[in-house]
Design a protein around this ligand. Sequence first.
Ligand code: NAI
Ligand code: OAA
Length: 251
Amino acid sequence: MRLCVIGCGNVGRLVAKNRGVLGVSLKFFDRHPERCFEVCKDDCEVSTSFDEFLEGCDLVVEAASPEAVRQYAPQVLRKADMVVLSVGALMDKELYGRLLRIAENYGTSIVVPSGAVAGIDAIKALKNAGIEEVQVITTKNPKALGVNVEEKTVLFEGPASEAVKRFPTNVNVVATVSLAAGKEATVKVVADPSVDKNVHEIRVKSKAGELYVKVTNVPSPDNPKTSLLAALSLIETLKELVKKQRIRIGT
Ligand SMILES: NC(=O)C1=CN([C@@H]2O[C@H](COP(=O)(O)OP(=O)(O)OC[C@H]3O[C@@H](n4cnc5c(N)ncnc54)[C@H](O)[C@@H]3O)[C@@H](O)[C@H]2O)C=CC1
Ligand SMILES: O=C([O-])CC(=O)C(=O)O
């Protein structure tokens, strides 16, 4: 199995480290190819042309940016299944619809890992009973959010589709929650100098009950915006996709 990864940053590096566990051969692409040469050393391939990168891929992982989803997903889905981490891009209804149509026509799939949040399994299940309300509060250190504030400050309040535009590489989770719920989440983004974790609180009200989930994530050492859990969630998703599972746990 050849796994092709767009993005040689923090998450791409962790995929490379887990190559043995996944039992795949790896090929990387990044607009900064030097990052891929650093990640790969001698034991994986690096492409500097996207067309060449796509050749022979069994599964493609996007671990780059929402812009990369817009740029490459239409081409990828004509050839292979694609795991998308920059889920915020899918809040664009036109792009979302277009990608689903391509996937339908070419028999491929888009896979969205739970990423930096928990509870996606229950949200999906609750959707079957009808979801009335979905809220997400994301709190991070100001440095992770790229702002300089001295005290706890609400930076944004509004719908998920606006939140992902304002913070494209900080709140992809609100898109994942919205897609799982089939309803756009209302979002609050908070910068708090007293926190050194990436905290996401999810509240869902449904006819089958209420859900409150809080994750307090350790940031990745190489990119404080991205929780370690997001990369670990991708690794777990990839294990399920590349290896024949004799048992599947969770919805
Ligand atoms: N779904 C989720 O729960 C989460 C998603 N993420 C997202 O996952 C993605 C990867 O995260 P990290 O590895 O921490 O980011 P990173 O910034 O460390 O690495 C991203 C790499 O992708 C490359 N890249 C970006 N746009 C590109 C493009 N258009 N074409 C080619 N290369 C491009 C960059 O040069 C960089 O090397 C980010 O978009 C991040 O926001 C992060 C955390 C949680
Ligand atoms: O990793 C996190 O805590 C959340 C994040 O950056 C995102 O959703 O884009």
